[in-house]
Design a protein around this ligand. Structure first.
Ligand SMILES: [Ca+2]
Ligand SMILES: [Ca+2]
Ligand SMILES: [Ca+2]
Ligand SMILES: [Ca+2]
Ligand SMILES: [Zn+2]
Length: 594
């Protein structure tokens, strides 16, 4: 104790002397420090995700509100983070971007992207002008995991069968629910494959390409192994191993748009919104009609998906396709290796999927990114060329083993090892990738995944509709009758109401409101090009509605467009003109009649 004290005194003295002798201490030359330090090279369980959300809220209390929107089947909170700057207005008056992840329990990195997004927006507010503007103009609703039961099961358990949520389902119709899940018998945290050596009598052999790969023997030959399925025991003695694990439905097939029963769409459950998590999310979305953009992160494959999920639903109207194409094609530039695709034609048919519901049922432009592409393991053109050669150590069939050996130091692959199985006797177990390989990126590559996918979602958020009232002018027609021009602008790519949503009336129409004490609106029309109209006045169709002080704009306002409202007004004093859009916000201006 005594020596330590003296030593520290000596060190402090030395440092003091150094300061006196050297130049004055410089300002820190490094980047500004972050207020909250989070890890994006490590996978979080549900408790950690929630704790990180609380830490962020504590650090940025003005902007952040963390709250539960409901409970999962097992009683876990489904935690939402709202990001809103109250100084620029209440959230309901701003277009909202909804971002969620992890609806499939094993597709974990979407939650890290969500966490990164909250963190990045807050840490860079006031540092980066575009981030500051985005936070000031928009509201963000972010739910890192909408399937906390599935995530926790994946994180705690050996990783098998974790796509589902945890509402019990009888997979094998024996009247018992979830009675035979996979087991990690040898306790190494991984559900392995089982093989038995039967020299000269098997139907599998070890591949010549790589000793880790088992391959079926060609017709007419015999191999040295048989495969006995995945690690586990027959819990209910029905002769099958691991035939009924927890849940085993698909939480992304329980939504009300093009929902189909189980015999057409497996995993759909008995009726839409049967799952408590789906119900909680839908209640939240319907209570927030200002939500104008949706992103639901899945894995994997490197895709930027849009609906429809099924061909029979029919392609979206042309204006909607133009919107999606514009964003999707820019997305391909923002996130290399990701392809912009339609679900049914680019991936597979999905009935009752989430983003079909949000697009068709709620009228919200929606994307679903399939995070991580194995293409990203070997990224340079030279290495891509090498991969064409089947004998290359990074040829597609063996490249994962190479990458694991040299970049992850063998941490992800589990080799075969002898094991005494309680039911099969002497076997070998292993031959599998651990749960954090394949569908999720290597940890050291995850921050880039988080950043690029966030950037795409922020781009989508920035292109949500934003109504502004621009130039106004007043012309006296005669007596107390005036012609009032008000420019209505939406500089963003998204319209205030998507074409399909306008057809199906799922979004409240926009409203053009004229307010003034002694003012009467005699006639109203919309002019597409004011300059052209003023140079060469032409007939414009009049708005054929009873109450011209409250004009209903059924089709909303298109993207990247300025239109002019021309109002024939009788009266005096000031007139306030308000454009009120559920998804594009509310804007107002005042003109004086003179
Ligand atoms: Ca069963
Ligand atoms: Ca089950
Ligand atoms: Ca095991
Ligand atoms: Ca069984
Ligand atoms: Zn998924």
């Amino acid at each position: 104790m005594r020596t330590r004290k003296i030593l520290s005194f000596v060190l402090a003295g030395a440092a003091g002397l150094a300061l006196l002798a050297g130049p004055a201490p410089a300002q820190k030359a490094s980047d500004p420090a972050f207020k909250v330090k989070l890890d994006f090279n490590r996978w979080h369980d549900v408790g950690e995700l929630n704790a990180d959300m609380k830490r962020l809220q504590a650090a940025f209390p003005k902007f952040l509100k963390a709250e539960s929107i409901g409970k999962s089947y097992r009683g876990r909170d489904i935690m939402l983070m709202t990001i809103n700057n109250p100084a620029t207005g209440p959230e309901a008056g701003k277009a909202g971007m909804y971002i969620e992840g992890n609806v499939h329990g094993n597709e974990i990195q979407g939650s890290e992207v969500c966490l990164y997004t909250i963190w990045y927006l807050m840490e860079n507010y006031g540092r980066i002008a575009d981030v500051t503007r985005l936070v000031d103009e928009r509201v963000f609703y972010i739910i890192p995991t909408v399937n906390p039961d599935g995530r926790q099961f994946f994180m705690e358990g050996p990783g098998g069968n974790a796509r589902s949520g945890h509402v019990p389902v009888d997979d094998d119709n024996d009247g018992l629910y979830d009675e035979d899940p996979p087991e990690d018998i040898n306790g190494n945290g991984i559900v392995e494959q089982i093989r038995m050596s039967v020299p000269g009598r098997g139907n599998y052999r070890i591949s010549r390409l790589n000793p880790n790969i088992m391959e079926p023997v060609p017709f007419g030959e015999m191999g040295d192994y048989i495969l006995l399925g995945s690690e586990g025991v027959d819990n209910d003695g029905d002769g099958l191993v691991n035939e009924d694990g927890p849940g085993s439905y698909d939480p992304n097939r329980n939504w009300a748009s093009d929902w189909q029963p189980n015999y057409i769409q497996s995993g759909a459950m008995a009726y839409p919104f049967q799952l408590p998590e789906a119900r909680a999310v839908n209640d939240f979305l319907t209570a927030h009609p200002n939500i104008s953009g949706v992103q639901s992160y899945h894995n994997s494959g490197g895709m930027i998906l849009r609906g429809p999920g099924a061909e029979a639903t029919g392609e979206y109207p042309a204006a909607d396709v133009r919107f999606y194409d514009e964003l999707g094609q820019n997305g391909e530039r923002i996130i290399p290796f990701y392809r912009y695709l339609v679900i049914w034609s680019g991936l597979y048919t999905v009935h009752g999927g989430f983003i079909d519901w949000t697009n068709d049922g709620l009228g919200i432009p929606s994307f679903s990114n399939e995070l991580w592409s194995g293409e990203q393991y070997f990224t340079s053109p030279g290495l891509k060329d090498q991969q064409q050669d089947p004998s290359s150590p990074i040829a597609p069939s063996v490249s994962r083993y190479y990458f694991d050996k040299y970049l992850e130091f063998g941490d992800e692959y589990l080799e075969w090892k002898p094991f005494d199985h309680p039911q099969f006797g002497r076997v070998e177990m292993g031959g599998v990738w651990k749960k954090f390989q394949g569908r999720v990126p290597p940890r050291f590559m995850n921050e880039e995944l988080c950043h690029r996918n966030m950037a795409f979602s922020l781009y989508q958020a920035d292109e949500m509709p934003l109504i502004r009232l621009g130039e106004t002018s007043v012309e006296k027609v005669g007596g107390d009758v005036y012609r009032v021009f008000v420019d209505i602008t939406n500089p963003k790519v998204a319209p205030t109401i998507m074409a399909k949503a306008a057809q199906t009336n799922v979004v409240r129409p926009d409203l053009l409101l004229v307010e003034g004490k002694s003012v009467q609106v005699v006639a109203a029309s919309f002019i597409d090009n004011k300059a052209l109209y003023k140079a060469r006045p032409s007939v414009t169709p009049l708005v054929d509605q009873k109450d011209l002080r409250r004009i209903i704009v059924r089709n909303g306002h298109p993207g990247k467009t300025t239109r002019t409202a021309m109002l024939l007004v009788k009266g005096s004093g000031t007139v306030s003109v308000v454009y009120d859009s559920v998804k594009g916000g509310k804007a107002s201006t005042t003109v004086t009649l003179h």
